[in-house]
Design a protein around this ligand. Sequence first.
Ligand code: MN
Length: 155
Amino acid sequence: MTMNYPKRSILTLMALTMAITCSSQQKNIFPKGDLAPEGNFTGMAWVTGLVENDTVYHTIVANVTFEAGARTNWHSHPSGQLMLVTDGVGFHQIKGQPRETIRKGDVAKCPPDTMHWHGASKDSSMTHVVVLPNTERGIVNWMDAVSSEEYLQND
Ligand code: MN
């Protein structure tokens, strides 16, 4: 018994290590990508293009990850945007509406030509897959940064 116990402990430790390794590998479905250019974001964001714009689909799909506290500027999309949250906790706000909390598994929508912002929550990163349809109408119109007051509303 005294000889078996350490062996079991080692096996348990190995199983635990494997579980942690597997879960961290599953965390990001798509590559994190490159740092988003400064200017239209507060904090750090990473972008990976998944579907390039073309004349067949007229759609852009990208994976975007925000570090905790990071967010886009206010902006609009001529044909709206779909946001599929794959990890973490974040915020989405449409101008004139309350800020909504979005979590892994949530799907958020922004209608065409509607001002909004999206990003991570204060304490957690957030990763989402964004879909921009009908790109022949345009992709994005950037506006002002989201202030701390706007970002932290309702907290
Ligand atoms: Mn957007």
